[in-house]
Design a protein around this ligand. Structure first.
Ligand code: 6LW
Length: 500
């Protein structure tokens, strides 16, 4: 049973392709820039992030960082020597721009400037080529007059549709048929969908047709993947993509979450990427969720920011980190605010259930904050202004100061945020998914401000499509960031099921 993700942390809506013995995988990135993380693997289990596809304003303009907007559900494919990604920047929908299509020779980048598909307004686009080399874009329509999953041939150099869009199969009748992927397999066109919404009812369904435009016949075994109503530690499973291995076998990646705490269960690290095996029976895919075991990768890191380029793990909220950071001549990184110009938050995804992160920054010319964030309205953090550390929690509209502490000698303190195992009550239930401890230390010792209920930094409370990130933000002026460390601890509670 696969109860651990192969890519942990907020990496939802996975899409995968294979070239030779190597697999490439992309995910949604929402308000965070750079966008669309690109991972690679040779065994489907161990993945390395090799870059991000959207790295510059010509591809995605900087924006206000509105939570869970931005980049939705990309598809990656390899066709005749070129990698293609098609996705949606939902910030562009009011501009009538539709999906973006980019390409690259090297999936680590650089990726091309986008072309847009303005006649295809919606989300979750897919691209596939037929035997004559014509590309088809297939997407989830947001136009109430033309609902469902729609598809049309597209000119990949201009984004123009080459024929009117047609409605394909729109699922088995569950809510939110979306996330379409089309495949040409053994003389059939297979259309894979996500249905049921991306919460506990999420499912994967499939249909097939002889012609790309249909008619589509649903698999008798639908849904072919769902954990709805099952006592499984991984929930919300859906939004899959199939891949054929070099040896001819098949697998699929899909999203899932790891809820903890009392009912309804709270997931905190967002929707993560999981892997299952796939067999074929009577012309339909059959999921085998025991084929792969995710390896327990050590995701520990310590970044002293002494490389010329930032590691691709670092993100900004609506801003590229390169627009608000620069290397310091004395080692480390300068993080700067420009009056009134959005956020200067350098952050990275939290990937584990139990972990500790620390930072140290100097604030001689400004002030900064180390924080754990679900979105702008849900974060816990430690502010340092060069003299005093102030702990605060923000839950919805309520920002509450917990306390202040002054490090000795005005030295830069080490700030610590830890996600800790929840308390287990006498009847065996944990109320919260975890506890978030905030602390600061100097050479004399550590001051712990307290440990706070982690459910307020969960998707079930905050809403949206993302997960927790942690990082350092310049609040005023400029701060000098010396290091960030991240150290996961693996415990039995990593797989605790939510209590009924
Ligand atoms: C995505 C949709 C979905 O566009 O969630 O889980 C949406 N599936 O397909 C945002 O990730």
């Amino acid at each position: 049973m696969t109860d651990q993700p192969v890519i942990a942390g907020f990496f939802p809506d996975p899409s995968i392709c294979r070239v030779g013995d190597t697999y490439y995988l992309v995910n949604s990135s929402f308000e965070y820039l750079p966008g669309v993380p690109v991972h690679t693997s040779t065994d489907l289990v161990n993945w390395t992030q090799i870059g991000n596809a959207l790295t510059r304003p010509e591809q995605v303009a900087e924006h206000d960082g509105y939570g869970s907007a931005g980049i939705f559900a990309p598809t990656i494919r390899h066709h005749e020597g070129t990698f293609w990604i098609i996705g949606t920047n939902v910030n562009d929908i009011p501009l009538g721009r539709g999906h973006f299509l980019i390409h690259a020779q090297d999936p680590a980048g650089p990726w091309s400037d986008p072309i847009y598909v303005p006649e295809a307004i919606g989300i979750d686009p897919d691209i596939v080529w037929n035997e004559s080399g014509t590309a088809y874009v297939t997407w989830c329509s947001l136009n109430p007059a033309e609902p469902g999953i729609r598809s049309a041939p597209v000119d990949t150099t201009t984004g123009t549709l080459l024929a009117p869009a047609q409605q394909l199969w729109s699922g088995t009748g569950l809510s939110f048929p979306e996330g379409p992927h089309l495949y040409r397999i053994d003389g059939w066109w297979y259309l894979l969908l996500a249905e049921g919404g991306t919460e506990r009812g999420h499912a994967v369904t499939i249909a097939r047709a002889r012609k790309i435009e249909g008619p589509y016949e649903a698999a008798p075994s639908n849904p072919i993947l769902s954990h709805r109503s099952l006592p499984h530690p991984v929930q919300n499973t859906g939004h899959a993509d199939l891949v054929q291995l070099a040896d001819g076998n098949w697998a699929a990646v899909h999203l899932g979450v790891r809820p903890r705490g009392q009912t309804p269960g709270f997931h905190v690290n967002g929707r993560e990427t999981f892997l299952v095996g796939v067999d074929w029976a009577d012309g339909w895919p059959v999921v085998d969720d025991s084929r792969y075991t995710a390896s327990s990768i050590d995701r520990t890191f310590e970044d002293r920011f002494d490389d010329a380029l930032l590691n691709p793990r670092w993100l900004g909220v609506g801003r590229y980190p390169t627009s608000f950071t620069r290397p310091s001549p004395e080692a480390g990184l300068l993080v700067e605010t420009e009056a009134g110009q959005g956020r200067a938050l350098l952050c990275s995804r939290a990937t584990d259930n139990v972990w500790t992160a620390t930072t140290s920054f100097t604030a001689d010319k400004g002030s900064g904050r180390f924080l754990l964030r679900l979105d702008d309205r849900h974060w816990y953090g430690l502010t340092y202004d060069g003299a005093t550390v102030t702990a605060a929690v923000t839950i919805g509209p309520f920002e509450h100061t917990i306390g202040t502490w002054t490090p000795a000698n005005g030295t830069a303190p080490v700030l610590r945020i830890s996600a800790q195992t929840a308390q287990v009550l006498p009847h065996g239930v944990s109320l919260e998914p975890d506890l978030i401890e905030l602390a600061a230390s100097d050479t004399d010792g550590e001051h712990v401000f307290g440990a706070f209920d982690g459910r307020y930094l969960s998707t079930e409370v905050a809403g949206g499509f993302t997960g927790r990130v942690f990082g350092v933000e310049a609040l005023t002026g400029e701060i000098h960031l010396h290091s960030v460390t991240y150290t996961p601890t693996h415990t039995v509670s990593d797989t605790t099921e939510p209590a009924a």
